[in-house]
Design a protein around this ligand. Structure first.
Ligand SMILES: [Zn+2]
Length: 289
C-alpha cells in the first residue's frame, strides 16, 4: 500500500538531520498587510558598517561591530529566514549576530525574534516593559491594541536595557532611548556609523503611531500614561543627533527605506504629534456628541 509522506519529512529523513517537519517559530501570522510589510527588497548599505536587511514595508537593520553583528528588529515570524538570507547575501555569517535589539513587543516587529535568536544564538535586548512583552509573546494588559488579541513566538534569552544605556560590542556603541507611546515598552536605538572620517548619526526609531483597537481611548485614564509617553518621545526624538532616520515602518519616515534629510527625526516626531492631536480631537468630538 502507498504511504503518504510529506516532502519536508522526506528531506529531513534524507539529510539525517532531526529537522521538525513544521517549525513552530516561523509559522506565518496572517495579516492583511503582511504582503506589503514583507515585500522583498535586496539588502542595502545605509552608511559605513550599517545595513538594511529587512523588507519594503518593514525595517530590519544590521550593524557590523567588527567583533560581531547586531540586528535591530525581527519582523514577522515568517520573515526570519529571509532576514538571515539577506545577512548572508551581504557576506556576513548569521552566527556572528550577538544581539538583536527590539523596538516594541508587537507581532509585526517582534514575531521573528524567537526564530532569529534560536538560529543565531543572539540575546534579544529591549526595555524592561519590552522584555516583559517579548517573554509573554502577547500584548501587555495596558496595550492600546490589546483587544486585537493574538500572540507570537515568545523569546527566552533576554536582556533589559535602560533609557540612555549604551550597548558596546567591538567598535559599535549603540544607545537605547525610551520612546513610549505606541507601547509603553517602545525603544529607539542610535549609533555612529563611519566611512573613514565621515561619520553619521543613525537613529532606528520605534513606531510612534498613535493607533489602538476600536474601543480604546487615549483620552481615558488608561490612556494618560501613553499620551505622556508620546510627549516624552517627541522631546527625545527632537533632541537626538540624527543624520539618518530608519523608521520601524519605513513609510512613517517619508519616501524610501530611510530618510537622510536634515531634521528627519524632528519631522518624524512632528508627524506623530499631529496624528495624536487629531486622534484626541476626534475622541473629544465623539464625547461632545
Ligand atoms: Zn506596533
Amino acid at each position: 500500500m502507498f504511504e503518504a509522506i510529506s516532502l519536508l519529512a522526506w528531506f529531513a529523513a534524507a539529510s539525517g538531520a532531526p529537522v521538525p517537519a513544521v517549525d513552530p517559530l516561523t509559522q506565518p501570522i496572517a495579516s492583511s498587510r503582511a504582503a506589503q510589510w514583507l515585500a522583498p527588497v535586496p539588502p542595502e548599505k545605509i552608511h559605513g558598517n550599517s545595513y538594511l536587511v529587512g523588507f519594503g514595508g518593514m525595517s530590519v537593520a544590521l550593524i557590523d561591530a567588527g567583533a560581531g553583528l547586531v540586528l535591530i528588529d525581527g519582523a514577522l515570524p515568517q520573515a526570519a529566514p529571509a532576514i538571515l538570507a539577506n545577512v548572508r547575501q551581504l557576506g556576513f555569517d548569521p552566527k556572528d549576530i550577538k544581539f538583536i535589539l527590539s523596538t516594541e513587543p508587537h507581532f509585526d516587529h517582534a514575531g521573528g525574534l524567537a526564530a532569529l535568536a534560536r538560529d543565531t544564538g543572539a540575546t534579544v535586548v529591549a526595555s524592561a516593559r519590552g522584555v516583559e512583552g517579548l517573554r509573554l509573546g502577547k500584548h501587555a494588559a495596558d496595550d492600546p491594541q490589546l483587544a486585537y488579541g493574538g500572540s507570537w513566538p515568545a523569546v527566552t534569552r533576554l536582556r533589559v536595557m535602560k533609557d540612555g544605556e549604551v550597548l558596546k560590542l567591538g567598535k559599535a556603541a549603540i544607545t537605547a532611548h525610551a520612546t513610549p507611546g505606541h507601547t509603553m515598552g517602545s525603544m529607539s536605538w542610535s549609533w555612529q556609523a563611519c566611512e573613514g572620517k565621515k561619520c553619521k548619526a543613525i537613529v532606528f526609531a520605534s513606531s510612534l503611531n498613535p493607533v489602538s483597537a476600536d474601543d480604546y481611548r487615549f483620552s481615558s485614564a488608561a490612556g494618560a500614561p501613553f499620551v505622556a509617553g508620546f510627549a516624552q518621545s517627541y522631546r527625545t526624538m527632537e533632541a537626538l543627533a540624527c543624520d539618518i532616520l530608519v523608521s520601524a515602518h519605513p513609510d512613517n519616515a517619508g519616501e524610501g527605506r530611510y530618510n537622510a534629510a536634515p531634521g528627519a527625526c524632528r519631522a518624524y516626531a512632528d508627524r506623530s504629534r499631529k496624528a495624536l492631536a487629531k486622534r484626541l480631537a476626534a475622541e473629544k468630538a465623539e464625547v461632545a456628541k
